[in-house]
Design a protein around this ligand. Sequence first.
Ligand code: 13P
Length: 258
Amino acid sequence: MKKPLVVGNWKMNLDYVEALHLVQQVGVMLKNKPVEHVDVVLVPPFVDLRSVTSIVESERIPVGVGAQHVNANDAGAHTGEVSVAMLKRLNVGWVIVGHSERRAAYAMSDDVVVATLRQVVRNGVRAVLCVGEVLEVRDEGGENDFVKAQLVSALKGLDPKYHELVSVAYEPIWAIGTGRNATSEQVADMTTHIRSVLAGLAMPGIHVLYGGSVNAENAGTLMAEGRVDGFLVGGASLKAESFLSIVQSCNDCYDGKR
Ligand code: 13P
């Protein structure tokens, strides 16, 4: 079993003052009850990153910090966008690439996903690549082909020296923010499928996460039965208690299975 990875995607929530409160709470709770066996990453909005990385560094909080998106270009006339170099300067070590909300609402095509992922890893930053189908695709039984196509499109031909910088998050769109998480069986089937696609791309060792209505109640079961290497958490990452109980579930599960 790989060391679990739990990534908290705050989406467009929490201004920088609220962000500071949450990070401080996470820091205190991790100090009181350390988690040895989980890598934890917080992913705030861009405008919070400076204050979050500062406090993580000054208080030595054992978490990574990520961004929710980045532009695929180095610099230049891209109004409203942010570059990987800017993120690196803030010690941001992770970027979520191709989240379904960006694909659907901000026209992020497969081509832009590939370009973004390569730009991230070329700069030595870790990428969490999101894949997942809409409900109509699952209802027709097309989820495996759909997810395979997304993976192949994003990862085929990636230089092997960058493989270790990539994680994959399976986030079925029908489970995001709906309170309807995929069942452990659906998650286990899909993570098995994703691992076989990754093996076909000569990327066997990478983390496969699940995201979609993960909470303190379902995390333990999804971890134990869903054969995931961790979670990409949305809503439940906005409160220190719920986020850290998900982290704790992963820690306990890893401890029990080692
Ligand atoms: P929820 O956990 O709120 O369903 O969001 C999942 C997600 O999209 C994380 O990136």
